[in-house]
Design a protein around this ligand. Structure first.
Ligand code: SPV
Ligand code: MG
Length: 668
């Protein structure tokens, strides 16, 4: 594609302003002329070939273009009779250089970047028109029928709109027009507009009307025009543009959209906070402060701010940007509510939404895949539980007992309020791991086998893992368990203060269970912490006092003692439906200890929402057995139906289609 700028004319209506140089060199701001602005816009669009027709003060013009030092190749074509002909003849003189797709503009035209973006993005040949500006008395108007430009001229009023000589001309359409221009000139018809030739084509040049409404696209004919355009440019320069990013890496696609956005005004970038990112997208590899720093160092970004929620409301109300920029991918799908809110906030104060076509490049998908693969590495996975807890305050954890349930925890997403909600981590329950193996939950499944389950899950997932370490076994054994778990990339082990033959807590006092002494258990915690090699691994002490009906005081005494011994977190358990004893514990514990994370397993006391637990001061909510409890009755039912019917047909209705199960696990 080439740009063609028509600069041969005398510009006589500019008076003294054009006494020493052509009109296009008139200053429109302290830093730019009409021409330098046009050329920068052309260069920014990635166009490198520029044909300029010259005449009046051609030497000055050529020197000036070269002095701008832009990445452009110029072809200057002088119209030798510029003072006796119109620009139709200048185009004719340059015709041999114009066998291409062309962006054609008059040399006295000033347009804002958004106009130029629209012209460049147009798939059809087009001319800029305005449906909102009044029809000018003397200047160009276009007659438009069915969206097509039929005629252009100063005397056209029927079906007309204000029009400016900024065209995108696809090679085929341009050839039709250029041939007609040649025919005009060869017939000596050189004192008319090039559009006179166009008008004889009856729409055969296929030029559509590109409506740019109130956006700046104006020619400068006289000092009054100059004053109006300069004022408008000043206003445009002071516009603010807002964009939000939720990414750890900045790639070429991001840079391209930033470059486009910053051409619309002063660019403010919002960086999604860690909490919002972890809650509604995926866990960030870099904390928000570092992600902000990345953007601060990109040329053309004037300010970087944190966006604390997926909703733009807070930042739009605070910064009141004139323009919000986003990819058009959010027009449909789960992000639509966010977009709708942005549109209504912008409407409330006269702001505008600009959406760029969204394109997903395969190489950036590959980057994302690699980023994901990183997350699965033990060192990164291990540290993520702490980070996500710091970012969100409360993390939600779902039980997984094999590769498949691991994948369900990893991939299950629900869309809500324009974002995606998912579990933050996985719980490797002793109950479910044992049950999956058809064994009771009494520490019968040995550590080697439990580690095998961890491995199966880790192989296909990336989320942090909390391991149910039962009693931790003998202290002498526990220290090895800690090191093995750390090495594998597990984030936390929870051990319960019981001793002897452990039974599942949900039996409560229906079975004989013995609570360990505070001294012994503290010793186990201390030994575990001493054995630990990495700083991120966590040992959580689980208190069984409420399960074993030893009272609140005992639970609290133990909690403080275990923290004192080095426990990184406290799990308080209850098998009551009523959440009040757990709530009381949290309140009393938090009165003295505001930082040690509190872990809950609300299997029985399941009526309280995560939001309320967070409000009360809990940090980890574990759904300890729901997937196992969902699969068992489904499997029993299927087995019964087949037995009753002596065949499988009746069972089909409750089953996942065969074609889906074979595709459930995608190949890497
Ligand atoms: C488990 O899931 O194995 C637990 C939690 O330890 S509970 O079953 O509630 O004891
Ligand atoms: Mg257990």
């Amino acid at each position: 594609m080439k740009a063609l700028i028509l600069n041969s004319g005398l510009g006589s209506r500019m008076g003294a302003l054009t006494s020493e140089h052509p009109k296009c060199m008139t200053e429109i701001s302290p830093r730019e002329t009409i021409l330098s602005r046009q050329l920068k816009q052309i260069a920014d669009a990635g166009i490198t070939e520029v044909v300029i027709t010259t005449g009046y003060y051609d030497g000055v013009l050529v020197d000036y273009c070269k002095s701008l030092d832009l990445p452009l190749n110029f072809t200057f074509v002088k119209n030798p009779v510029y003072d006796k002909t119109n620009y139709i003849y200048s185009i004719y003189c340059a015709r041999e250089y114009l066998q291409d797709d062309i962006i054609l503009m008059h040399g006295d035209l000033v347009f804002e970047n958004e106009v130029f973006d629209k012209v460049l993005a147009s798939e059809t040949s087009c001319m800029t028109v305005s449906s909102t500006l009044p029809l000018p008395e003397k200047d160009f108007k276009a007659q438009i029928r069915d969206g097509k430009v039929m005629k252009v001229g100063v005397d056209i009023f029927e079906d007309a709109m204000e029009a400016q000589a900024l065209y995108r001309l696809n090679r085929k359409d341009w050839k039709v027009w250029l041939d007609k221009i040649a025919a005009f000139c060869e017939a000596g018809n050189t004192k008319v507009y090039a559009e006179n030739a166009l008008n004889e084509l009856n729409g055969a040049a296929n030029i559509t009307a590109l409506d740019v409404g109130d956006l700046l696209c104006a020619e400068i004919d006289n000092p009054e025009d100059l004053a109006v355009v300069s004022a408008k440019l000043k206003e445009i320069e002071n516009r603010t543009v807002y964009m939000c990013f939720a990414t750890d890496i900045i790639h070429g696609g991001h840079i391209a959209i930033i470059r486009k956005a910053r051409r619309l005004g002063k660019l403010i970038i919002g960086v999604l906070s860690d909490e919002a990112m972890a809650s509604y997208k995926r866990f960030p590899l870099l904390p928000a402060v570092e992600r902000m720093r990345l953007f601060e160092n990109i040329a053309g970004v004037s300010r970087v701010v944190e966006q604390r929620t997926l909703s733009y409301r807070e930042n739009l109300e605070k910064y009141r940007p004139d323009i919000v920029v986003h990819g058009d991918d959010w027009c449909t799908g789960f992000q639509k509510p966010i977009r709708d809110e942005v549109v209504s906030i912008l409407e409330s104060y006269g702001g505008k939404l600009v959406e760029f076509a969204y394109s997903r490049d395969e190489k950036y998908n590959e980057l994302q895949r690699r980023e994901r693969a990183e997350l699965a590495m033990p060192d990164i996975r291990r540290g993520r539980l702490r980070k996500v807890m710091d970012a969100k305050g409360l993390v939600t954890v779902m039980e997984a007992h094999d590769g498949l349930t691991g994948l369900i925890v990893e991939n299950t997403v629900v869309y809500e309020n324009g974002g995606a909600r998912q579990f933050d981590a996985m719980w490797l329950s002793s109950l479910c791991d044992s049950t999956a193996k058809g064994k009771p939950d009494i520490e019968l499944v040995d550590m080697t086998s439990r580690f095998r389950t961890i491995d199966d899950i880790m192989e296909v997932t990336t989320k942090p893992i909390i391991f149910d370490g039962d009693t931790g076994g003998l202290t002498e054994h526990f220290v090895y368990t800690v090191r093995s778990l750390e090495r594998m990339g597990v984030s936390m082990v929870i051990i319960e203060d019981k001793t002897g033959l452990k039974k599942n807590s949900l039996f409560g006092t229906e079975v004989v269970q013995t609570q360990d002494s505070i001294e012994n258990f503290c010793e186990k915690i201390r030994a575990g912490k001493k054995a630990q090699r990495t700083k991120e691994f966590m040992i959580c002490a689980r208190i069984e006092s409420l399960i074993l009906e030893q009272g609140m005081e005992d639970a609290l005494t133990r909690a403080f003692a275990f923290v004192e011994a080095g426990a990184d977190a406290i799990m308080i358990h209850s098998r009551k439906k009523d959440p009040s004893e757990i709530q009381e514990f949290i309140e009393k514990f938090r009165a003295k200890d505001s930082t040690t994370p509190i872990v809950l397993v609300p299997t029985s006391f399941n009526s309280v929402t995560e939001e309320e637990w967070k409000e009360r001061g809990a940090n980890i909510v574990i759904y300890a057995n729901q997937l196992m409890r969902a699969e068992v009755p489904a499997m029993q039912q299927a087995a019964e139906i087949i037995l009753k019917n002596h065949r499988a047909e009746e069972c089909d209705a409750m089953l996942m289609p065969f074609k889906d199960i074979i595709r459930l696990i995608p190949e890497e």
